[in-house]
Design a binder for this molecule. Sequence first.
Ligand SMILES: [Zn+2]
Length: 317
Amino acid sequence: MTKFGYEQKSFQSKKTNFVFAAMLVFVFFIWALLLSPDHGGLVAVNITPELRVDFINVGQGDAILVRTPMGKNYLIDGGANVPIAEARRDGRELTHNYLRTLGIGRLDGVVITHWHNDHLGGLLPVLRLYDVGVIYEPPGAFETEAYKDFEAICVKQHIKRVTTKAGDVLEWGNELFVQALHPEKPLSGKEYADVNNLSIVLLMRYGKVQMLFAGDIEEDAEREVMKYGEALRSQIFKVPHHGADTSDYFKFLQLVSPEIGIIMVGANNAFRHPSVRTLTQYERLGSKLYRTDRHGNIRLFVGGKNDKDFRFELDQR
Ligand SMILES: [Zn+2]
């Protein structure tokens, strides 16, 4: 009886079969690259069953790339805008270069958690160079050069902007649940001590794994977000405000109770982030911490089949 495929008789050895299988995978990969919408093709290709989240080592600042199982790409913040020589000297990434290295040609959406330069600055070259589907931004404007540049780029490139508020569900694909938990709108009656408290907080769930991205919120906003109670419990937590002393209200942390906390922070930064108090609190909770200043780029892969179905890859330093 004739067999087909990998076990076909005409293939003499296991080695030949292996080479043939490897070629098939390679051809599929090239086909996926050429035909997927990200590369100007027409066919949506499900390349991976995993959700991938890269916490990019941009030094002092946040830049998080989310690649969905269905092949969509989203960016949460872009780090600071620094000259390439400075980034190389410090061994940190520039977000637009990082995207290029991965071969990403288009971003389906960009979230700007708030307007501080360590989140917005590095997005400016990204918005200039890449096709961006939509920008999710917090309410209110900001009086900085970077903000003015941002507005001008959006007008020039015809980028759609959406003010994002608590309760909004972000349509990033049916396989994924993404919701903004903060800030409330309208803001009337709310006077925050710092614009950090206006950060968009995002809850993301893929299968049985939940992630919470807290921007730079400080204790004021953390107390507000606590209204969600047990729903905040997440396996993975982007630690607020680079682990600063102004955040990490312990009762809020107890609700989140992350297995893994990720601190996005520059080596020897002027703010002396993260604080000893913050580190001690996560230790009390039994959470493991990864830090971009020590681990470089932190890559998260989520399968989501059960609540333990995720893993990390760290840059070796
Ligand atoms: Zn920040």
